[in-house]
Ligand binder design. Structure first.
Ligand code: HEC
Length: 210
């Protein structure tokens, strides 16, 4: 019994020593932390500890968009031919076809028309293209429609700006290519009635050389 009592006393005195030791260590740690924090507060300019670090990014040097002049674009990178953007009305009245309906220009116009316009307006231009049945608003008849009696600038402007239901094709071809298409549409209009002529041409296999 006595032995047990001695053991318990020894153990409890050891625990007390440990508790005291632990307490001292906690104090030392707390003091060290406080000293460290005070040091950071007192030396905010030290590069290692800029305080408060949470707004470093905000305080940092921020280069705003376009603050530094953009690099100069090498000449010829951006095509700037053609005419500035205009309304359809303005193009109808002020633009005139500068090109001649040479066989080469007409062939190019037909190729562009086949790729870009035929799906809706049809090979003959009457508005019966292969996707026309999918459209709620039917493509215009280019042979007997308003465009026949209007200046070239109207068709040019319609290609470039599109219409209420027609997408714009300004980005699909450049200014000269648009005039090529206009000349080809004029040819279709002149040959209207003989509308089967371009249809036959379209049905033929593509010529090997262009
Ligand atoms: C996605 C179908 C679609 C394509 C492709 C398309 N058009 Fe149209 N186009 C229309 C529709 C629909 C109209 C009727 C008016 C409108 O909605 O703007 C129209 C109207 C026109 C008009 C005005 C006709 C008028 O009587 O006032 C012209 C000119 C015209 N298109 C030319 C072209 C040319 C040239 C191309 C090829 C570069 C072309 N379109 C490609 C759907 C199309």
């Amino acid at each position: 019994m006595a032995l047990v009592r001695i053991a318990v006393r020894a153990l409890s005195s050891r625990a007390g020593r440990m508790r005291r030791e632990l307490g001292r260590r906690t104090w030392v740690a707390a003091l060290a932390a406080l000293a460290g924090l005070a040091g950071m507060l007192l030396l905010p300019a030290t590069p290692g500890y800029p305080f408060p670090w949470s707004i470093d990014m905000f305080r940092g040097e921020a280069v705003q968009p376009l603050e530094v002049a953009p690099r100069v674009m090498p000449a010829g990178t951006l095509p700037v031919d053609g005419t500035p953007p205009m309304s359809l009305e303005k193009m109808t009245l002020s633009l005139h076809n500068p090109l001649k309906p040479t066989p080469h220009n007409l062939a190019h116009g037909r190729e562009l028309f086949t790729n870009n316009c035929e799906p809706c307006h049809g090979a003959s231009g009457t508005g019966d293209g292969p996707v026309a049945h999918l459209l709620k608003h039917k493509p215009a008849n280019l042979i007997r429609g308003a465009s026949k009696g209007l200046p070239d600038g109207y068709i040019y402007g319609y290609i470039r700006n599109g219409g209420f239901f027609m997408p714009a094709y300004g980005d699909a071809m450049n200014s000269e290519e648009r005039w090529d298409v206009v000349m080809y549409v004029r040819q279709l209009q002149r040959g209207a009635g003989g509308a089967s002529q371009p249809r036959q041409a379209a049905a033929q296999p593509a010529p090997a050389a262009k």
